[in-house]
Each structure stands twice: as structure tokens, then as C-alpha cells.
Write a protein of this length. Structure first.
Ligand SMILES: [Zn+2]
Length: 83
């Protein structure tokens, strides 16, 4: 994700996105453990959590895109070729 480090909104979105990504990896690790121990209840709970985190990351991505098109059209355009 591209962002302008001097822009407060960019920093907020990108740090929230980063936090959500770390959360995703953490929960992803938990699901392996739950599957390994055949704990269906835990697996279902973790899958729910994973899809919530995925939705949050998607929302943040969209938020970043909108914000960049609005405030940093050049960064938004540069992002297209990289992603
Ligand atoms: Zn910005």
C-alpha cells in the first residue's frame, strides 16, 4: 500500500492496515493449532474472526484508495503499476 508519510490520514490508515495484517497472521496461526487438535468449535470461531479481519483490511484498502484519489492523485496513480 502506498501512502504519504507526511499525511496524518495516510499514516492512520496504513498503521491500522498494518495492525490488521499482523492480527490476520496471528489468527491464521491459531487456526492451524485448532485444526491440528480437531477443535471444531475453536476452528469455527477463528474462521469467523479471520473473515472479520479480512473484511476490515478490505475496508481499509478502499478507504486508502478513496483518500489517495481525493488527496494524493499522484500516489494513487503510482500505486496502480506496483500492485
Ligand atoms: Zn494522505
Amino acid at each position: 500500500m502506498n501512502f504519504d508519510a507526511s499525511c496524518e490520514e495516510c499514516r492512520r490508515i496504513s498503521s491500522e492496515y498494518e495492525a490488521a495484517t499482523m492480527e490476520w497472521f496471528r489468527v491464521q496461526g491459531q487456526i492451524r493449532i485448532a485444526e491440528y487438535s480437531h477443535d471444531d468449535e475453536a476452528s469455527n470461531r477463528i474462521i469467523d474472526e479471520l473473515s472479520r479481519i479480512t473484511a476490515r483490511r478490505q475496508r481499509l484498502r478502499e478507504e486508502a484508495e478513496k483518500h489517495q484519489l481525493d488527496r494524493h492523485p499522484r500516489i494513487a496513480a503510482a500505486g496502480d503499476s506496483k500492485s
